[in-house]
Write a new protein. Sequence first.
Length: 256
Amino acid sequence: MKKLAKIDAVILDIQNTQYKVTDHIKRHFDMAVISAVKEKDHDDKIANVLSAHAAFNAQRISPVRGFSEALSISEYSLQKTIHRNLHDKIYGYPIQHIKHDSKLCAATGRLTKYVKIATLTTLDADFAQDFYRVSGLRNIHKRESIFAHEDVDFAHKTAAEAYWPALNYLGYKQGDDLSAVLVVDDNREALSCAKDLGMTTVCIGDANLSPLQNGPIDFEYQNIKVLMNELYNAKREVTPNDGRKWTDYYIPSYTV
């Protein structure tokens, strides 16, 4: 608990830590984007939506942004149509998508009283934002705090440069002591890189190992909500009470 009490910032992953994002779920989101674009493209400006979607991803451009500019509509307008598709059906078929997680919502919300949070994910930002929207966490995880596929030039989080956009957002620069930054992931190679940079590491989801086996892992948790609750309690014990509740720091949002 003493080591957790020293944490001032957290870098979160999404895949397999906050949520099990299956290929099926991701594919349904992409289908919802394509379906929404076809619905909004009244003048047939985009000849092949599927190819354009793939091209945007290959160029590390947000498909929502790219399609919005091509159709001369707002991103908000396109997102509303995407979200309606996700709540209804795509091409007549019911879909599997993200579910609202009230416990994750509460655990994250109260933690923001004590730490600053960024997200570093190999998912694209469109999907990451939709995950946080459905989870009720959109007001915490704003777009500028999400460092995704199109924001960070990395194949995987095993290179130091992958972490620096998030670290800069959190207020750290080259040469700073990074031990107060907690990196949360399920990939031990990525955590090894974070540890080499001097950050504190947490592995989510693996079977518990003995300290001698842990290597670059400082903590292991089966569930990220347990980690967040323990981090919150550790920070609360060493932080003077300013009289405000955690709900004063966090306003949940469930809609677009």
